[in-house]
Write a protein that binds this ligand. Structure first.
Ligand code: CTP
Ligand code: ZN
Length: 154
């Protein structure tokens, strides 16, 4: 660490979401439900230089341990993210998010004629695949393919 480098403070207890695709940190906060009412200490860095990714975003939240459902949503918009669970300043667990192969009730199909958007809607089902760095999804019912999934998260 040189004196030219800037660091965000370490956290005592909570979650560090690292290697978020550059520019997606604000969406991660949205998925976590973090807004102006939040009382926890939250740090966010965008476009930090990264050897692996060129640029990356980082989010650190004190006192937060993320549910499986939210991890799946994060994986859809930040498929390279690393989750670090911190206790007493030490990383207790580190793992990469993994986009699920199938997601139910998480994405809304943009096709208005799709049965998943009918007057008595059925739960949406999408098949997930990776296209390079991007996550794409295909609707089980109508076959519509979507990318830039943040727009479609329910
Ligand atoms: N971190 C933190 N608070 C702690 C411990 C770690 O905020 N008490 C942060 C670090 O600043 C870093 C991330 O958690 O952003 C991962 O820490 P570490 O595993 O030590 O860093 P790297 O080895 O660079 O991680 P990786 O191999 O996943 O790139
Ligand atoms: Zn559809």
């Amino acid at each position: 660490m040189t004196e030219r480098e800037l660091v965000i403070s370490k956290i005592r207890e909570g979650t560090v979401i690292d290697h978020i695709n550059a520019g997606k940190a604000l969406l991660v906060l949205k998925i976590l439900g973090i807004d102006e009412k939040t009382r926890e200490t939250v740090s966010l860095a965008m476009n930090v230089p990264s050897r692996k990714m060129g640029k990356k975003d980082i989010v650190k939240v004190e006192g937060l341990f993320i549910s499986e459902e939210k991890l799946n949503k994060i994986a859809l918009i930040a498929p390279n993210a690393t989750i670090n669970l911190v206790r007493e300043y030490r990383i207790e667990k580190k793992f990469k998010v993994k986009p699920p192969e199938v997601v139910r009730g998480i994405l809304k199909c943009p096709n208005r004629m799709c049965i998943s958007n009918a007057r008595e809607p059925v739960e949406s089902i999408f098949y997930i695949s990776l296209k390079g760095n991007e996550v794409v999804a295909k609707c089980h019912y109508c076959g519509r393919k979507i990318s830039d999934l943040a727009k479609f998260i329910i």
